[in-house]
Structures are given as structure tokens and as C-alpha cells.
Ligand binder design. Sequence first.
Ligand SMILES: Nc1ncnc2c1ncn2[C@@H]1O[C@H](COP(=O)(O)OP(=O)(O)OP(=O)(O)O)[C@@H](O)[C@H]1O
Ligand SMILES: [Mg+2]
Length: 220
Amino acid sequence: MPLIVSFVSQKGGVGKSTLARALAAVGASGRLRVKLADLDIQQQTAVRWGKARQKRAAVSPVEVGAFRTFEDALEDRDAFDLIIVDTPGHTSAATSTVARASHVIVVPTSATIDDLYPTVLLLHALEEIGIPRSRLAVALCRVLDAEEENVARDYVDAAGYELLPGYIPERSTYRNAQNRGQALTETIDGSANESANLLIESLLRKIAAQSAGMRNGTDD
Ligand SMILES: Nc1ncnc2c1ncn2[C@@H]1O[C@H](COP(=O)(O)OP(=O)(O)OP(=O)(O)O)[C@@H](O)[C@H]1O
Ligand SMILES: [Mg+2]
């Protein structure tokens, strides 16, 4: 059975597709069999990125597909070690289905209270449908400075949820890389790559701990 990691949010534009692609690229470069499932049939952000990526020789290939339903995305699940699910920019009944099946659910957010508030509301809602808190992780994306990071860390801590160590700063170099089919860890700027690697490594540690906990029945 593959590990399933989903990216969900109440608000749009917070970095779901961006982080999903970074995790896919890092996983693929680590020789995992990775599938990036884009459930945003309208935007198909991940799919278009996947097409741009196919034209690049120097990156690890990532299998990307768009799927109308989560069940469709899982059809060939046995062929993969890691299935990454990029969901649309609002929650729906499908979000609950995806969340229930995920080993880790990542909620990306910027560091503004405008984004943090709906993030915590969504985390509460996920707990209310029975998702253990240990499967939930907040990831900071589009952060402008260290002060913003501290405010966000305090906010998420006070709400009692896990904020992954590290954060993705707001940089045009990330946008340019994604336009070219590259991931946050594959830009032309070494320090941008390092920031992204730190966050994705935190996420990989969380995924490993969660999968071990779920195997032993100790995750909730
Ligand atoms: N750290 C960053 N620095 C600069 N631009 C960023 C950063 N993270 C994301 N972006 C840009 O912000 C926009 C929104 O990011 P992304 O598409 O990942 O969000 P999303 O949560 O998937 O949005 P949606 O809800 O519409 O699916 C994109 O244009 C992306 O390139
Ligand atoms: Mg998206």
C-alpha cells in the first residue's frame, strides 16, 4: 500500500500545488515511485507543470495525472510508494474522503491572520470528522520575513497543531522555476532551494513517523 499525502486548504492560492510538486520532485529524486494526483480538474496546475517537466532532461520524472475523483486517482495505487493528492482551493465532501485516507494531511498557509484563521477552522473541522490531530500538519508558505514566521508559529502553537519546521519564503525565483517545470528545491538560487529542502525534509520526517505510527496503531 502506498503512503498517501494530501494538500488541502479552505482558501485558494496558499501553496497547495506548489508544495505538492516539491514533495513529488524530492520523493522522485529519492527513487520513490511517486504519483502526483491533481484533483483540481478545472485548473490542472500540477498537470500543466508535469508537462513542462517532461521536457526537461535534468530533473527526476514525476508521474502526474488529473482525476475527477479520489477513487479514480487510486486505481493503480499498487504501482506507487507515495501518492500525493493536490486538492482544489476550497473544501468539499471530497476533501473529507481524501483526508480520511491520508497518512498525512498538509494545510499550507501564509503567515497572515487572514489565512491562519481559516487554516485553524479547517483543522478543527478535520478533527471533527475523526481525523487524528497527529495526521495534520501546517506548512508555512509565501512568508515575507522572520517576524511573520514567529507570529504564525505562535498562532498555530496556541491552537494546538503542528507547524512543520522551516518555511517557504515568497520569492519570484520559485515562480520562475515552477513555470519551467521545476520544483521549489530545483531553482537557480541555492538559498531558495535550501529553504525548500528544509521544509520538505520536515514533511518527509512527519510522513515517516506517521506511517510507522499507523502501522503500529499508535497514531491517535
Ligand atoms: N513561496 C512562493 N513565492 C512566490 N510565489 C509563490 C510561492 N508559493 C506559491 N507561489 C505562487 O502563488 C500562486 C498560488 O500558489 P499555488 O498554486 O501553489 O496555490 P494553491 O493553494 O494550489 O492555489 P489553488 O487554491 O488555486 O489551487 C502560484 O502562482 C504560485 O506560483
Ligand atoms: Mg492548486
